[in-house]
Design a protein. Structure first.
Length: 389
């Protein structure tokens, strides 16, 4: 609503004016530390007297002044614009790109998602349906939990989308609205108490210790003369996620100290892990200037995006038909569990910051847990085999 000062009359309260035609509409006009603020306020109740309306407006003004003095901003911003601002603060990772895709598909229209092909007729129909619930043009301070719940509910009831897909909306909206709170745009995150329960999708790994040995042997045998892919798959074999591997930089590897850093993990924090001797040896064999990304595409020099063909070769070589980088993590944990490894160590070697499934309030050291985990790995494979790489 545009402010037209001539539409208001001064009340007996110095910083409050009342609309000439609407006795419930007020204009606050005040200064804090030399900065001028103007804001509309409308009394919701329709049965108050003029005196009661002014009293409520005065109380609201005092509340507003206190909020500003405590860092709250009067600047209003639409959700789409907030998302653009927020994304400028985020690292360039696979998860960041996925967040843009989720946001533009279900929540708003930031224009940040990268569409590589034209949608099919079915996809276009679905997108038009998703648009009915989008809230990108809402002002952030107007967004309520019900607006987010409506998106999630439509994803389930109207489109039959999985709990994992529905949870993605909360994984985008939660941090986004936390960013708004941190910057004084809103006082509380409306997504804070919303939950989507995702059924466990863990694959049961039987006879994991033997399977673990088979996968290790398959990697070192198949890629004996290809240190690039040998190192890549051994990183997955020892617990790293695909995105963590493909974003790893040479600058984050300390060969003298035998450790490496993952800059941007799924939980958003830097994490330190021990560098196994078998991976160190393979890395040192890679013909590279040791700057920038470790796993660059041999054709473009940019980040490697697809390992499907090499993984298919590894599946055929090992005979493990469902083998993927993610499944390697399951094999690793299951094999270590068979060796009576503590749950906190299992969680740490995978890079979990909070061990929710074990003890919600235990904090974990990935470096310490990684070293313990490597001891167990060596017990399984035999130390001399690991050291020979």
């Amino acid at each position: 609503m545009a402010i037209v000062a001539s539409d208001y009359l001064q009340t007996r309260e110095r910083n409050i004016k009342r609309h000439k035609k609407d006795p419930r509409l007020f204009l606050f006009d005040f200064r804090i530390q030399g900065k001028r603020y103007r804001k509309h306020y409308k009394v919701k109740a329709t049965n108050h007297s003029a005196r009661d309306n002014l009293k409520e407006a005065r109380l609201k003004l005092e509340e507003l002044k206190e909020e500003i003095e405590n860092g709250y901003s009067l600047k209003r911003i639409r959700l789409d614009d907030l998302f653009k601002d927020y994304m400028e603060t985020q690292p360039s990772t696979a998860w960041t790109h996925k967040k843009a895709h989720i946001y533009d598909l279900y929540i708003g229209d930031s224009g940040l998602s990268k569409i590589t092909r034209a949608p099919t007729e079915e996809e276009e129909r679905k997108r038009k349906s998703y648009n009915e619930r989008k809230i990108g043009q809402r002002f952030v301070d107007e967004i309520k939990p019900m607006h987010i719940e409506r998106i999630i509910s439509a994803m389930e009831k109207k489109h039959g989308l999985s709990p994992r897909s529905r949870k993605g909306v909360l994984e985008v909206m939660g941090p986004l609205l936390d960013y708004a709170v941190k910057n004084g745009i809103i006082k509380e995150n409306p997504a804070k108490y919303l939950r989507v329960k995702v059924p466990s999708q863990k694959k049961v790994v039987t006879n994991a210790t033997e399977l673990f040995r088979r996968v290790y042997s398959g990697i070192v045998e198949l890629y004996a003369d290809e240190p690039f892919y040998k190192a890549l798959f051994l990183f997955g074999f020892t617990g790293r996620r695909k995105s963590e591997i493909l974003n790893l930089k040479w600058e984050n590897i300390d060969f003298g100290g035998d450790y490496y850093w993952i800059e941007y993990t799924k939980n958003g924090e830097k994490q330190k892990f021990p560098l196994p001797a078998m991976i160190k040896a393979a890395l040192l064999e890679i013909p590279d200037d040791h700057s920038g990304l470790v796993f660059k595409s041999p054709k473009t020099g940019k980040q490697l995006s697809n390992t499907d063909r090499q993984m298919r070769r590894l599946r055929e070589h090992t005979g493990v038909e469902n083998l993927t980088l993610h499944y390697m993590r399951n094999i690793l944990v299951s094999a270590l569990a068979e060796q009576s490894t503590e749950a906190i160590t299992l969680s740490g070697i995978l890079g979990h910051r909070d061990i929710n499934t074990i003890n919600k309030y235990l904090s974990n050291s990935t470096m310490k847990s990684g070293l313990k985990g490597l001891e167990k790995i060596e017990d399984i494979l035999e130390a001399e085999v690991v050291n020979d790489g």
